[in-house]
Design a protein. Structure first.
Ligand code: FAD
Length: 317
């Protein structure tokens, strides 16, 4: 079923999880081990991220370095199909513009359609390591809105090259990303929301936020989006911090500010266990408020740490 349909039918806030494909060479069972402890909370859908290829350099002797492109976490669409079949749950593969031509994007969408997947999260992706800005593939999309347009066209039976009368339309529900603290490249919140509206006008039926640690920012963002005419559901993304490394990594990587009270509590932490306690308590409080104030769905970024998400849900779900 489509995420939009889940949201339309919901009588109370829904629950969803986001997982990463295993690293190349690891077993699919590591995915099940992450999902199993969360299934009792009856999530409505599970997202699987997409990871662009990275450039690595290998020593080849005599001072020579070989440049190699490696995709470290392949398999997003296959994992979605497998999870859907194994758990009888809807899945949402992420698809990015980076590294994809329009033909390759179309092929990926056709694959999802053949596998009975009803949803896709349309994203631009980030610049690859070593690039100062995002560079689209030749004949690829520069912004997520262009991918949203391509998916919406495919849903009308408009393939890139096939004649329309011969082509069966797909029926994919399109989601897109949004940023309550502004996307780091955006000039300001105004332009970011204006571009966000373009994604919605092009066919995005719901939005998922970057991880938030301050609910007030989420509520203010939703209000501003409503003022700007964005009416689709906006799902808050949540992440319990679980280790000392997160304290630097999360704000730097995801361009989010930690609220004062959380920052003070984290500064006092001396071990991963301390951070995890603070992180789980913080996300629990956030989740309670979001649930009480009617957020459409709570979306948990598990990032391979489903035990911490489980602790939060045991307290609030
Ligand atoms: P866009 O909507 O294209 O926006 C990017 C920037 O360009 C913004 O600053 C925006 O204001 C601006 N902009 C948008 N449209 C235009 C336009 N037409 N003209 C000029 N400027 C414009 N990354 C991955 O690699 N894999 C994942 O699986 C993944 N999952 C994610 C899930 C969520 C819920 C979120 C919030 C992010 C995820 N990301 C993922 C990260 C995302 O790819 C990056 O944040 C990326 O930098 C922006 O993606 P976007 O889809 O928001 O891009």
């Amino acid at each position: 079923m489509k995420v939009s349909e889940h949201l339309r039918r919901a009588k109370a806030p829904l629950l969803s999880f986001e997982i990463l494909p295993p690293l190349k060479g690891k077993d699919i069972r590591s995915i099940y081990a992450g999902i199993d402890p969360l299934m009792e909370f009856k999530p409505s859908f599970i997202n699987v991220t997409y990871h662009r290829e990275e450039v690595i350099y290998k020593e080849r002797g005599h001072g020579l370095l070989q440049k190699i492109r490696v995709r470290k976490r392949p398999g997003t669409i296959g994992i979605c199909a497998t999870i859907k079949a194994k758990y009888d749950i809807d899945t949402v593969p992420h698809l990015i513009c980076g590294g994809f031509s329009r033909e390759e994007t179309e092929d990926a969408l056709i694959e999802m359609n053949f596998l009975g997947i009803d949803n896709v999260l349309a994203l631009r992706g980030d610049a690859t390591k070593g690039e100062s800005q995002f560079i689209p593939e030749r004949d690829g999309h520069a912004h997520a809105v262009d991918m949203v347009k391509q998916i919406a066209a495919l849903n009308r039976g408009q393939y890139l090259h096939e004649e329309e009368e011969e082509a069966a339309p797909t029926d994919l529900c399109i989601g897109a990303a949004c940023y309550p603290e502004k996307h780091p490249e955006a000039l300001n919140m105004g332009t970011d929301i204006a571009y966000l509206k373009q994604k919605v006008d092009a066919g995005a039926e719901y939005l998922v936020t970057q991880m938030i640690f301050d609910n007030a920012k989420y509520f203010a963002f939703v209000e501003r989006c409503r003022q700007e005419g964005i009416t689709v559901p906006i799902i808050p993304g949540l992440k319990p911090l679980t280790n000392l490394r997160h304290i630097q990594f999360i704000p730097k990587t995801f361009h989010v500010d930690l609220p004062d009270d959380l920052a003070k509590a984290l500064v006092a932490c001396r071990s991963d266990a301390d951070v995890r306690k603070v992180g789980v308590e913080w996300t629990t409080t956030q989740s309670r408020e979001l649930k009480e104030r009617g957020a459409p769905c709570l979306h948990f970024y598990t990032m391979g740490r489903s035990e911490a998400v489980r602790e939060v849900l045991q307290a609030v779900w």
